[in-house]
Write a protein that binds this ligand. Structure first.
Ligand code: SF4
Length: 480
Protein backbone atom coordinates (compact mmCIF):
# COMPACT_ATOMS: atom_id res chain seq x y z
CA UNK A 1 0.00 0.00 0.00
CA UNK A 2 1.13 3.54 -0.62
CA UNK A 3 0.30 6.65 1.27
CA UNK A 4 1.21 10.09 -0.06
CA UNK A 5 4.17 11.38 1.92
CA UNK A 6 2.78 14.89 1.72
CA UNK A 7 -0.47 13.88 3.29
CA UNK A 8 -1.43 13.13 6.82
CA UNK A 9 -4.96 11.88 6.33
CA UNK A 10 -6.43 8.51 5.55
CA UNK A 11 -7.92 8.25 2.08
CA UNK A 12 -10.98 6.39 0.93
CA UNK A 13 -10.48 4.05 -1.96
CA UNK A 14 -13.20 4.35 -4.51
CA UNK A 15 -16.88 4.90 -5.02
CA UNK A 16 -19.13 2.69 -7.15
CA UNK A 17 -22.40 3.42 -8.90
CA UNK A 18 -24.74 1.56 -11.26
CA UNK A 19 -28.16 2.02 -12.89
CA UNK A 20 -30.42 -0.41 -14.69
CA UNK A 21 -33.45 0.27 -16.85
CA UNK A 22 -33.24 4.05 -17.09
CA UNK A 23 -32.75 6.24 -20.20
CA UNK A 24 -29.40 8.06 -20.36
CA UNK A 25 -27.86 5.64 -17.89
CA UNK A 26 -24.33 6.95 -18.50
CA UNK A 27 -25.34 10.57 -17.79
CA UNK A 28 -26.98 9.51 -14.51
CA UNK A 29 -23.88 7.48 -13.66
CA UNK A 30 -21.62 10.48 -14.29
CA UNK A 31 -23.80 12.50 -11.88
CA UNK A 32 -23.66 9.71 -9.31
CA UNK A 33 -19.89 9.55 -9.58
CA UNK A 34 -19.74 13.31 -9.18
CA UNK A 35 -21.60 13.01 -5.84
CA UNK A 36 -19.11 10.29 -4.82
CA UNK A 37 -16.05 12.31 -5.81
CA UNK A 38 -14.91 12.50 -2.17
CA UNK A 39 -14.30 8.73 -2.29
CA UNK A 40 -11.69 8.94 -5.00
CA UNK A 41 -10.20 11.65 -7.15
CA UNK A 42 -7.50 9.90 -9.15
CA UNK A 43 -9.58 8.55 -12.01
CA UNK A 44 -13.12 7.79 -13.18
CA UNK A 45 -14.72 5.35 -15.58
CA UNK A 46 -18.11 4.26 -16.94
CA UNK A 47 -19.17 1.15 -18.88
CA UNK A 48 -22.64 1.20 -20.46
CA UNK A 49 -24.73 -1.46 -22.22
CA UNK A 50 -27.41 -0.79 -24.82
CA UNK A 51 -28.82 -4.29 -25.17
CA UNK A 52 -26.38 -5.17 -27.94
CA UNK A 53 -22.91 -4.03 -26.99
CA UNK A 54 -20.83 -2.59 -24.16
CA UNK A 55 -19.22 0.87 -24.38
CA UNK A 56 -16.58 2.29 -22.06
CA UNK A 57 -14.73 5.48 -21.26
CA UNK A 58 -12.07 5.73 -18.52
CA UNK A 59 -9.43 8.32 -17.78
CA UNK A 60 -7.31 9.83 -15.03
CA UNK A 61 -8.80 12.95 -13.44
CA UNK A 62 -11.91 14.21 -11.67
CA UNK A 63 -15.38 13.16 -12.85
CA UNK A 64 -16.04 16.64 -14.28
CA UNK A 65 -12.87 16.44 -16.35
CA UNK A 66 -13.43 12.88 -17.55
CA UNK A 67 -17.18 13.15 -18.29
CA UNK A 68 -17.73 16.90 -18.69
CA UNK A 69 -17.91 16.62 -22.48
CA UNK A 70 -21.36 15.75 -23.93
CA UNK A 71 -19.73 13.81 -26.77
CA UNK A 72 -18.17 11.44 -24.24
CA UNK A 73 -21.57 10.75 -22.64
CA UNK A 74 -23.15 10.38 -26.10
CA UNK A 75 -20.59 7.65 -26.79
CA UNK A 76 -21.95 5.63 -23.85
CA UNK A 77 -25.49 4.69 -24.99
CA UNK A 78 -27.93 2.41 -23.23
CA UNK A 79 -30.24 2.06 -20.29
CA UNK A 80 -27.69 0.31 -18.07
CA UNK A 81 -24.33 1.54 -16.85
CA UNK A 82 -21.85 1.15 -14.03
CA UNK A 83 -19.18 3.62 -12.93
CA UNK A 84 -16.25 3.94 -10.63
CA UNK A 85 -14.21 6.67 -8.90
CA UNK A 86 -10.71 5.62 -8.06
CA UNK A 87 -8.35 6.60 -5.33
CA UNK A 88 -5.61 4.15 -6.17
CA UNK A 89 -3.59 2.26 -3.60
CA UNK A 90 -3.13 -1.19 -5.07
CA UNK A 91 -1.48 -0.42 -8.38
CA UNK A 92 -0.01 2.78 -9.67
CA UNK A 93 -1.48 5.73 -11.47
CA UNK A 94 -2.09 4.20 -14.91
CA UNK A 95 -5.15 4.16 -17.11
CA UNK A 96 -4.93 0.36 -17.11
CA UNK A 97 -5.69 0.53 -13.38
CA UNK A 98 -8.88 2.53 -13.88
CA UNK A 99 -12.22 0.76 -13.41
CA UNK A 100 -14.71 -0.56 -14.37
CA UNK A 101 -12.91 -3.52 -15.90
CA UNK A 102 -14.60 -5.05 -18.94
CA UNK A 103 -13.92 -8.66 -19.93
CA UNK A 104 -15.12 -10.81 -22.84
CA UNK A 105 -15.85 -14.34 -21.64
CA UNK A 106 -16.99 -17.41 -23.53
CA UNK A 107 -20.45 -16.73 -22.06
CA UNK A 108 -20.49 -13.03 -23.05
CA UNK A 109 -19.25 -9.67 -21.75
CA UNK A 110 -19.06 -8.56 -18.14
CA UNK A 111 -18.04 -5.28 -16.54
CA UNK A 112 -16.94 -5.01 -12.88
CA UNK A 113 -16.46 -2.04 -10.54
CA UNK A 114 -15.12 -2.66 -7.08
CA UNK A 115 -14.58 -0.62 -3.91
CA UNK A 116 -12.45 -1.95 -1.10
CA UNK A 117 -9.55 -4.29 -0.64
CA UNK A 118 -9.07 -8.04 -0.91
CA UNK A 119 -6.87 -9.32 1.90
CA UNK A 120 -5.83 -12.39 -0.10
CA UNK A 121 -5.43 -10.77 -3.53
CA UNK A 122 -1.66 -11.35 -3.78
CA UNK A 123 -2.02 -14.99 -2.78
CA UNK A 124 -4.82 -15.56 -5.29
CA UNK A 125 -2.93 -13.68 -8.00
CA UNK A 126 0.14 -15.89 -7.54
CA UNK A 127 -2.00 -19.01 -7.88
CA UNK A 128 -3.81 -17.62 -10.94
CA UNK A 129 -0.55 -16.62 -12.67
CA UNK A 130 0.84 -20.11 -12.02
CA UNK A 131 -2.08 -21.64 -13.85
CA UNK A 132 -1.58 -19.34 -16.84
CA UNK A 133 -3.79 -16.28 -16.23
CA UNK A 134 -2.33 -13.12 -17.75
CA UNK A 135 -2.96 -9.92 -15.76
CA UNK A 136 -3.22 -6.53 -17.44
CA UNK A 137 -3.41 -4.42 -14.30
CA UNK A 138 -2.29 -4.50 -10.68
CA UNK A 139 -5.83 -4.12 -9.30
CA UNK A 140 -7.57 -6.53 -6.95
CA UNK A 141 -10.58 -6.33 -9.25
CA UNK A 142 -8.77 -8.25 -11.97
CA UNK A 143 -8.34 -11.17 -9.58
CA UNK A 144 -12.15 -11.38 -9.40
CA UNK A 145 -12.37 -11.20 -13.21
CA UNK A 146 -10.02 -14.19 -13.56
CA UNK A 147 -11.76 -16.17 -10.82
CA UNK A 148 -15.04 -15.75 -12.74
CA UNK A 149 -13.28 -16.87 -15.95
CA UNK A 150 -11.84 -20.09 -14.51
CA UNK A 151 -14.91 -21.11 -12.52
CA UNK A 152 -16.36 -24.42 -13.67
CA UNK A 153 -19.95 -23.33 -13.04
CA UNK A 154 -22.26 -22.60 -15.97
CA UNK A 155 -24.07 -19.36 -15.22
CA UNK A 156 -22.57 -15.94 -14.55
CA UNK A 157 -24.27 -15.74 -11.17
CA UNK A 158 -22.95 -19.15 -10.10
CA UNK A 159 -19.45 -18.14 -11.26
CA UNK A 160 -19.66 -14.87 -9.36
CA UNK A 161 -20.76 -16.70 -6.21
CA UNK A 162 -17.93 -19.18 -6.71
CA UNK A 163 -15.42 -16.32 -7.01
CA UNK A 164 -16.95 -14.60 -3.96
CA UNK A 165 -16.27 -17.65 -1.84
CA UNK A 166 -12.57 -17.58 -2.77
CA UNK A 167 -11.89 -13.92 -2.05
CA UNK A 168 -11.43 -12.49 1.42
CA UNK A 169 -11.67 -8.84 2.28
CA UNK A 170 -13.89 -5.81 2.54
CA UNK A 171 -15.56 -4.80 -0.68
CA UNK A 172 -18.61 -3.62 -2.55
CA UNK A 173 -18.89 -4.90 -6.07
CA UNK A 174 -21.13 -3.96 -8.99
CA UNK A 175 -21.19 -5.92 -12.24
CA UNK A 176 -23.08 -5.46 -15.49
CA UNK A 177 -23.94 -8.41 -17.74
CA UNK A 178 -26.09 -8.75 -20.90
CA UNK A 179 -28.34 -11.54 -19.61
CA UNK A 180 -28.49 -11.09 -15.85
CA UNK A 181 -28.55 -7.30 -15.70
CA UNK A 182 -26.99 -5.37 -12.85
CA UNK A 183 -25.49 -7.28 -9.91
CA UNK A 184 -24.45 -5.77 -6.58
CA UNK A 185 -22.56 -7.55 -3.82
CA UNK A 186 -21.40 -6.60 -0.34
CA UNK A 187 -18.65 -8.42 1.52
CA UNK A 188 -19.77 -11.03 4.11
CA UNK A 189 -19.36 -8.61 7.05
CA UNK A 190 -20.63 -5.53 5.20
CA UNK A 191 -17.49 -3.52 5.96
CA UNK A 192 -17.83 -1.36 2.85
CA UNK A 193 -21.15 0.31 2.06
CA UNK A 194 -23.57 -0.26 -0.83
CA UNK A 195 -27.13 1.06 -1.06
CA UNK A 196 -30.08 0.31 -3.31
CA UNK A 197 -32.25 3.09 -4.70
CA UNK A 198 -34.99 3.60 -7.26
CA UNK A 199 -35.98 6.40 -9.57
CA UNK A 200 -39.47 7.78 -8.91
CA UNK A 201 -42.19 6.88 -11.42
CA UNK A 202 -41.05 3.27 -11.89
CA UNK A 203 -43.33 1.71 -9.26
CA UNK A 204 -45.50 -0.02 -11.90
CA UNK A 205 -42.72 -0.57 -14.43
CA UNK A 206 -39.51 -2.48 -14.90
CA UNK A 207 -36.25 -0.73 -14.26
CA UNK A 208 -35.34 2.47 -12.47
CA UNK A 209 -32.92 0.67 -10.13
CA UNK A 210 -29.75 2.26 -8.77
CA UNK A 211 -26.81 0.95 -6.72
CA UNK A 212 -24.37 3.35 -5.07
CA UNK A 213 -21.69 3.52 -2.39
CA UNK A 214 -23.64 6.23 -0.54
CA UNK A 215 -27.11 7.73 -0.57
CA UNK A 216 -25.76 11.17 -1.58
CA UNK A 217 -25.34 9.64 -5.07
CA UNK A 218 -29.04 8.72 -5.11
CA UNK A 219 -30.03 12.24 -4.09
CA UNK A 220 -28.18 13.91 -6.96
CA UNK A 221 -30.22 11.99 -9.57
CA UNK A 222 -33.50 12.23 -7.64
CA UNK A 223 -33.60 8.51 -6.78
CA UNK A 224 -35.28 7.30 -3.59
CA UNK A 225 -33.30 5.34 -1.01
CA UNK A 226 -34.72 1.82 -0.79
CA UNK A 227 -32.28 0.15 1.63
CA UNK A 228 -28.68 -0.81 2.31
CA UNK A 229 -27.62 -4.15 0.92
CA UNK A 230 -27.17 -6.53 3.83
CA UNK A 231 -23.69 -7.90 4.63
CA UNK A 232 -22.94 -10.76 2.25
CA UNK A 233 -25.97 -10.08 0.05
CA UNK A 234 -25.92 -10.29 -3.74
CA UNK A 235 -28.74 -8.49 -5.56
CA UNK A 236 -29.58 -9.41 -9.14
CA UNK A 237 -31.45 -6.59 -10.88
CA UNK A 238 -33.13 -7.18 -14.23
CA UNK A 239 -36.54 -7.26 -15.94
CA UNK A 240 -37.79 -9.63 -13.25
CA UNK A 241 -37.09 -7.10 -10.49
CA UNK A 242 -34.62 -7.46 -7.62
CA UNK A 243 -33.65 -10.91 -6.38
CA UNK A 244 -31.37 -11.51 -3.37
CA UNK A 245 -28.83 -14.31 -3.01
CA UNK A 246 -26.87 -15.22 0.12
CA UNK A 247 -23.69 -17.13 -0.71
CA UNK A 248 -22.07 -16.76 2.71
CA UNK A 249 -24.87 -17.22 5.26
CA UNK A 250 -25.01 -14.92 8.28
CA UNK A 251 -21.46 -14.37 9.59
CA UNK A 252 -22.05 -11.09 11.41
CA UNK A 253 -21.89 -7.39 10.67
CA UNK A 254 -18.88 -5.09 10.87
CA UNK A 255 -19.58 -1.87 8.98
CA UNK A 256 -16.53 0.45 8.91
CA UNK A 257 -16.93 2.91 11.78
CA UNK A 258 -14.59 5.36 10.09
CA UNK A 259 -17.18 5.90 7.34
CA UNK A 260 -19.24 7.72 9.97
CA UNK A 261 -16.30 9.66 11.38
CA UNK A 262 -14.64 10.84 8.20
CA UNK A 263 -15.16 9.19 4.82
CA UNK A 264 -18.83 9.40 4.01
CA UNK A 265 -20.50 12.64 3.04
CA UNK A 266 -22.47 14.14 5.94
CA UNK A 267 -25.71 14.15 3.94
CA UNK A 268 -25.52 10.37 3.39
CA UNK A 269 -27.53 7.79 5.31
CA UNK A 270 -25.50 4.66 5.99
CA UNK A 271 -26.84 1.55 7.67
CA UNK A 272 -29.95 3.54 8.55
CA UNK A 273 -28.06 6.33 10.34
CA UNK A 274 -27.55 9.89 9.16
CA UNK A 275 -23.80 10.51 8.96
CA UNK A 276 -24.39 14.14 9.98
CA UNK A 277 -26.36 13.16 13.07
CA UNK A 278 -23.78 10.57 14.14
CA UNK A 279 -21.04 13.19 13.80
CA UNK A 280 -22.94 15.76 15.86
CA UNK A 281 -23.56 13.15 18.55
CA UNK A 282 -19.83 12.30 18.59
CA UNK A 283 -19.17 16.02 19.20
CA UNK A 284 -21.63 15.98 22.10
CA UNK A 285 -19.98 12.90 23.60
CA UNK A 286 -16.55 14.54 23.25
CA UNK A 287 -17.76 17.66 25.06
CA UNK A 288 -19.09 15.53 27.93
CA UNK A 289 -15.95 13.40 28.10
CA UNK A 290 -13.26 16.03 27.75
CA UNK A 291 -14.75 19.49 28.25
CA UNK A 292 -12.27 22.30 28.89
CA UNK A 293 -12.49 26.02 29.74
CA UNK A 294 -12.47 27.86 26.41
CA UNK A 295 -14.04 30.71 24.45
CA UNK A 296 -14.91 29.20 21.09
CA UNK A 297 -15.33 25.87 19.26
CA UNK A 298 -13.73 25.75 15.80
CA UNK A 299 -13.95 22.82 13.35
CA UNK A 300 -11.16 21.70 11.07
CA UNK A 301 -13.29 21.70 7.90
CA UNK A 302 -14.98 19.82 6.39
CA UNK A 303 -15.31 16.58 8.34
CA UNK A 304 -14.92 18.29 11.73
CA UNK A 305 -17.90 20.62 11.13
CA UNK A 306 -20.87 18.52 12.35
CA UNK A 307 -18.92 17.30 15.41
CA UNK A 308 -17.89 20.86 16.29
CA UNK A 309 -21.56 21.88 16.08
CA UNK A 310 -22.42 19.00 18.45
CA UNK A 311 -19.56 19.94 20.76
CA UNK A 312 -20.61 23.60 20.86
CA UNK A 313 -24.23 22.70 21.48
CA UNK A 314 -23.35 20.42 24.39
CA UNK A 315 -20.76 22.76 25.94
CA UNK A 316 -22.74 25.97 25.46
CA UNK A 317 -19.72 27.59 23.78
CA UNK A 318 -20.09 29.51 20.52
CA UNK A 319 -19.32 27.69 17.26
CA UNK A 320 -17.33 29.81 14.83
CA UNK A 321 -15.53 29.41 11.51
CA UNK A 322 -12.02 29.98 12.76
CA UNK A 323 -10.56 28.01 9.86
CA UNK A 324 -11.68 28.56 6.30
CA UNK A 325 -11.17 25.85 3.72
CA UNK A 326 -10.15 26.57 0.17
CA UNK A 327 -12.40 24.21 -1.79
CA UNK A 328 -10.52 24.74 -5.02
CA UNK A 329 -7.48 22.72 -3.96
CA UNK A 330 -8.24 19.15 -4.99
CA UNK A 331 -7.16 16.29 -2.78
CA UNK A 332 -4.99 15.05 -5.62
CA UNK A 333 -3.15 18.32 -5.99
CA UNK A 334 0.40 17.45 -6.95
CA UNK A 335 2.93 19.19 -4.76
CA UNK A 336 6.11 19.25 -6.76
CA UNK A 337 8.70 20.80 -4.46
CA UNK A 338 9.43 20.71 -0.73
CA UNK A 339 8.78 24.43 -0.53
CA UNK A 340 5.30 24.08 -2.03
CA UNK A 341 4.65 20.91 -0.02
CA UNK A 342 5.37 22.75 3.21
CA UNK A 343 2.76 25.29 2.25
CA UNK A 344 0.24 22.46 1.73
CA UNK A 345 -1.88 23.08 4.82
CA UNK A 346 -2.11 26.82 4.13
CA UNK A 347 -3.21 26.16 0.58
CA UNK A 348 -6.10 24.12 1.90
CA UNK A 349 -6.89 25.88 5.19
CA UNK A 350 -6.63 29.52 6.26
CA UNK A 351 -6.85 30.84 9.82
CA UNK A 352 -9.57 33.45 10.41
CA UNK A 353 -7.97 36.02 12.72
CA UNK A 354 -11.29 37.72 13.48
CA UNK A 355 -12.41 34.55 15.29
CA UNK A 356 -9.12 33.33 16.75
CA UNK A 357 -7.23 36.37 18.04
CA UNK A 358 -6.91 36.47 21.83
CA UNK A 359 -9.24 33.49 22.35
CA UNK A 360 -9.01 30.04 23.94
CA UNK A 361 -9.87 27.76 21.05
CA UNK A 362 -11.22 24.20 20.98
CA UNK A 363 -10.27 22.68 17.62
CA UNK A 364 -12.36 19.68 16.50
CA UNK A 365 -10.84 17.32 13.93
CA UNK A 366 -11.59 13.75 12.82
CA UNK A 367 -8.25 11.98 13.34
CA UNK A 368 -4.52 12.26 13.87
CA UNK A 369 -2.58 10.03 11.51
CA UNK A 370 1.06 11.10 11.22
CA UNK A 371 0.50 14.26 13.24
CA UNK A 372 2.14 16.54 10.69
CA UNK A 373 -1.09 18.13 9.47
CA UNK A 374 -2.41 18.57 13.02
CA UNK A 375 0.83 20.32 14.01
CA UNK A 376 0.59 22.69 11.05
CA UNK A 377 -3.03 23.52 11.83
CA UNK A 378 -2.33 24.17 15.52
CA UNK A 379 0.65 26.37 14.61
CA UNK A 380 -1.48 28.25 12.08
CA UNK A 381 -4.20 28.88 14.70
CA UNK A 382 -1.59 30.09 17.21
CA UNK A 383 0.00 32.36 14.58
CA UNK A 384 -3.44 33.93 14.09
CA UNK A 385 -3.39 34.98 17.76
CA UNK A 386 -5.14 32.16 19.65
CA UNK A 387 -4.26 32.24 23.38
CA UNK A 388 -4.77 28.51 23.88
CA UNK A 389 -5.43 25.63 21.48
CA UNK A 390 -7.25 22.52 22.74
CA UNK A 391 -7.43 19.71 20.19
CA UNK A 392 -10.42 17.35 20.33
CA UNK A 393 -10.45 14.33 18.02
CA UNK A 394 -13.65 12.56 16.95
CA UNK A 395 -12.00 9.14 16.59
CA UNK A 396 -10.00 7.07 19.09
CA UNK A 397 -6.21 7.17 18.46
CA UNK A 398 -5.31 5.62 15.07
CA UNK A 399 -2.80 2.96 16.11
CA UNK A 400 -3.11 0.38 13.33
CA UNK A 401 -3.25 0.41 9.52
CA UNK A 402 -6.42 -0.42 7.64
CA UNK A 403 -6.24 -3.41 5.28
CA UNK A 404 -9.85 -3.11 4.23
CA UNK A 405 -9.85 -0.45 1.55
CA UNK A 406 -8.72 2.69 3.33
CA UNK A 407 -5.22 3.87 2.54
CA UNK A 408 -3.37 4.51 5.81
CA UNK A 409 0.36 4.57 6.50
CA UNK A 410 2.09 1.60 8.10
CA UNK A 411 2.16 1.38 11.89
CA UNK A 412 5.59 2.95 12.17
CA UNK A 413 4.23 6.17 10.64
CA UNK A 414 1.15 6.40 12.88
CA UNK A 415 1.77 8.90 15.67
CA UNK A 416 -0.54 7.13 18.15
CA UNK A 417 1.16 3.77 17.57
CA UNK A 418 4.45 5.07 18.94
CA UNK A 419 3.57 7.81 21.43
CA UNK A 420 1.65 8.42 24.64
CA UNK A 421 -1.16 10.97 24.75
CA UNK A 422 1.17 13.52 26.36
CA UNK A 423 3.85 12.93 23.73
CA UNK A 424 1.26 13.40 21.03
CA UNK A 425 0.04 16.63 22.63
CA UNK A 426 3.57 17.97 22.60
CA UNK A 427 4.18 16.77 19.03
CA UNK A 428 1.19 18.72 17.73
CA UNK A 429 1.92 21.71 19.99
CA UNK A 430 -1.55 21.79 21.61
CA UNK A 431 -2.38 22.97 25.15
CA UNK A 432 -4.52 19.87 25.61
CA UNK A 433 -5.45 16.86 23.50
CA UNK A 434 -8.30 14.38 23.87
CA UNK A 435 -9.77 11.63 21.70
CA UNK A 436 -13.30 10.26 21.84
CA UNK A 437 -13.43 7.04 23.88
CA UNK A 438 -14.54 3.76 22.30
CA UNK A 439 -17.64 3.81 24.48
CA UNK A 440 -18.41 7.41 23.56
CA UNK A 441 -18.08 6.59 19.87
CA UNK A 442 -20.41 3.61 20.11
CA UNK A 443 -22.87 5.64 22.20
CA UNK A 444 -23.00 8.13 19.34
CA UNK A 445 -24.04 5.20 17.12
CA UNK A 446 -26.90 4.37 19.48
CA UNK A 447 -25.29 1.62 21.59
CA UNK A 448 -24.76 1.55 25.35
CA UNK A 449 -21.01 1.57 24.72
CA UNK A 450 -18.57 -0.60 22.78
CA UNK A 451 -20.02 -4.11 22.92
CA UNK A 452 -17.65 -6.54 24.67
CA UNK A 453 -18.49 -9.17 22.05
CA UNK A 454 -20.38 -9.30 18.80
CA UNK A 455 -19.15 -5.94 17.65
CA UNK A 456 -21.43 -4.27 15.17
CA UNK A 457 -18.66 -2.34 13.45
CA UNK A 458 -15.08 -2.65 12.30
CA UNK A 459 -12.84 -0.38 14.40
CA UNK A 460 -9.56 -2.21 13.71
CA UNK A 461 -7.51 0.90 12.91
CA UNK A 462 -8.16 2.02 16.52
CA UNK A 463 -8.43 -1.31 18.37
CA UNK A 464 -6.28 -3.70 16.31
CA UNK A 465 -9.23 -6.10 16.33
CA UNK A 466 -9.20 -7.15 12.65
CA UNK A 467 -12.45 -8.94 11.80
CA UNK A 468 -11.28 -10.36 8.44
CA UNK A 469 -8.35 -12.72 7.94
CA UNK A 470 -5.24 -10.89 6.75
CA UNK A 471 -3.68 -13.31 4.32
CA UNK A 472 -1.45 -10.90 2.39
CA UNK A 473 -0.32 -8.48 5.10
CA UNK A 474 2.83 -6.73 3.84
CA UNK A 475 2.98 -9.26 1.01
CA UNK A 476 3.47 -12.17 3.42
CA UNK A 477 1.09 -14.84 4.54
CA UNK A 478 0.25 -14.16 8.16
CA UNK A 479 -3.01 -16.02 8.82
CA UNK A 480 -4.87 -18.71 6.96
S1 SF4 B 1 -9.72 -0.67 9.86
FE1 SF4 B 1 -10.63 1.36 10.28
S2 SF4 B 1 -10.83 2.39 8.28
FE2 SF4 B 1 -10.44 0.19 7.91
S3 SF4 B 1 -12.47 -0.72 7.64
FE3 SF4 B 1 -11.94 -0.95 9.80
S4 SF4 B 1 -12.75 0.91 10.80
FE4 SF4 B 1 -12.73 1.29 8.61
Amino acid sequence: MSFPESSSRPYEECGVFGVWGVPNAAALTALGLHALQHRGQEAAGIVSFDGEAFYQHKALGLVGDVFGNQDVIAGLPGEAAIGHNRYGTTGGTHVRNVQPIYADYAFGGLAVAHNGNLTNAATLRQALVKRGCIFHSTMDTEVIVHLIAISLYDTVIERLMDAAKKIKGAYSLITLTPDNGLLGMRDPLGVRPLVLGRMPGYEDKQGGWVLASETCALDIIGADYVRDLEPGEIVVINAEGVKSLWPFGDVGRRFCIFEYIYFARPDSILEGQSVYEVRTRIGGELARESGVEADVVVPVPDSGVPSAIGYAHESGLPYEMGIVRNHYVGRTFIQPTDQVRNLGVKMKHSANKAVLEGRRVILVDDSIVRGTTSRKIVDMVRAAGAKEVHMRITSPPTKHPCFYGIDTPSEKHLLAARHSLEEMRKAINADSLAFISFDGLYRALGHQGRPAENHTNCDACFSGDYPITLVDKDGKLIQQ
